[in-house]
Design a protein around this ligand. Structure first.
Ligand code: CA
Length: 362
């Protein structure tokens, strides 16, 4: 139902923008370009490798939708990570106005804005459906923008990976002892939890993961799930593929917009951006669900040297305990974090209560 509703909204806004377009043509006798008929050429930088499916192709799909819906008035040129700025330089490039837009994950900027990590995902937190509910129908998106206001940035959800895998390891994780000294690529709050467990979390862009794992610069890495992970060749650099993705139960991706650039758009273009982001949020999540189930079969059938293993109960229980400790400690340090934490916690507890009833079919 939720997805259908979004597409209905897309249809309505398309119809509305066509109506606005007609009015402009009727009234458009002036030669002066107004905000309503001005053409914008924008740049968007992403954290993703060139042509990287769903993430990069999804950002490009969003830009194409905006161009079609705006009849070419908002033309966004999309650049992959490293083409204009480094993959993790997206936040700075958008904030400083070097480009108008960016696509990445809010938790990549946790060093600058700790509170926005909740907008990506929270270990043992809500799945994609709950994250969308919080963003669109709860306070999530409002708090997201509240936390970016002082940076003169605006954000929308643009994609969700669904529940992720636990990651690729070259040694078995049989107890919490095996986490000690583990050098692992893992972002956001999950990384903080691993550090508490005695591990050494590292943040790296997708393009660096295979080499780092293959050369033993890191002992383990997570990325997203079967489809993307095969694309990055991680199955050629590690033997054990662990689940569940306790650290990322449903990660929302982020469309970042420079506030001054956003304010320069006419209301219909702003609405087109908002609606195209929502439509592609659904598209990316749907793609992940469909492609991941195919890729899991591929691993089972063609890459039989890979052992797909569940983290032991003891390890998951420790991760959960340390997650609660981490969230409380971070909340103590930062009032903005605390405010978002309390809002997220209240929402997710009710969400879990609902799902325990409505989804208890097994
Ligand atoms: Ca991940």
């Amino acid at each position: 139902m939720r997805k259908n509703n979004k597409f209905t909204v897309v249809g309505l806004v398309l119809a509305m923008s066509l109506l606005v377009g007609c009015n402009e043509q009727t009234a458009g006798s002036s030669d002066e370009p107004t905000k309503a008929n001005k053409t914008y050429k924008w740049k968007m930088v992403t954290t993703w490798p060139a042509n990287f499916p769903i993430f990069q192709t999804g950002a490009e799909r969003f830009a194409k939708d905006v161009k079609i819906m705006s009849n070419g008035r908002l033309d966004i040129n999309v650049f992959a990570g490293g083409e204009l700025v480094p993959p993790l330089g997206v936040f700075d490039a958008v904030q400083q106005g070097q480009v108008e837009m960016g696509h990445g994950g809010a938790y990549y900027w946790s060093g600058k804005v700790p509170a926005v990590q909740f907008m990506s995902t929270v270990p043992f937190g809500m799945p994609a459906s709950g994250a969308d509910a919080w963003h669109y129908a709860g306070d999530g998106l409002k708090l997201w923008n509240e936390n970016y206001a002082s940076f003169k940035l605006k954000a929308f959800p643009l994609g969700n990976t669904g529940a992720q895998m636990g990651g690729w390891f070259n040694k078995k994780i049989e107890s919490t002892e095996d986490l000690k000294g583990l050098k692992m690529r893992i972002p956001g709050l999950g990384g903080k939890v691993l550090a508490k467990a005695g591990g050494n979390p590292i943040l790296m862009a997708a393009s660096e993961l295979y080499t780092a794992l293959e050369r033993n610069t890191i002992d383990a890495t997570e990325w997203v799930g079967p489809y993307h992970d095969l694309r990055l060749g991680l199955h050629r650099a590690a033997k054990y593929y662990y689940y569940p993705g306790w650290h990322e139960p449903g990660t929302s991706l982020e469309l970042l917009i420079n506030q001054v650039a956003w304010d320069s758009l006419s209301p219909d273009l702003q609405k087109i951006v908002e609606v195209a982001a929502a439509a592609n949020n659904v598209w990316m999540h749907a793609e992940f669900e469909a492609r991941n189930q195919e890729a899991l079969q591929e691993i089972k059938e063609k890459h039989t040297h890979i052992e797909i293993l569940k983290f032991p109960k003891e390890v998951l229980a420790e991760f959960k305990r340390l997650t609660e400790e981490t969230l409380l400690e971070e909340a103590e340090k930062d009032p903005a974090f605390k405010k978002v934490y309390e809002n997220y916690k209240a929402f997710s507890e009710k969400n879990a209560e609902l799902k325990a009833i409505t989804e208890s079919i097994h």
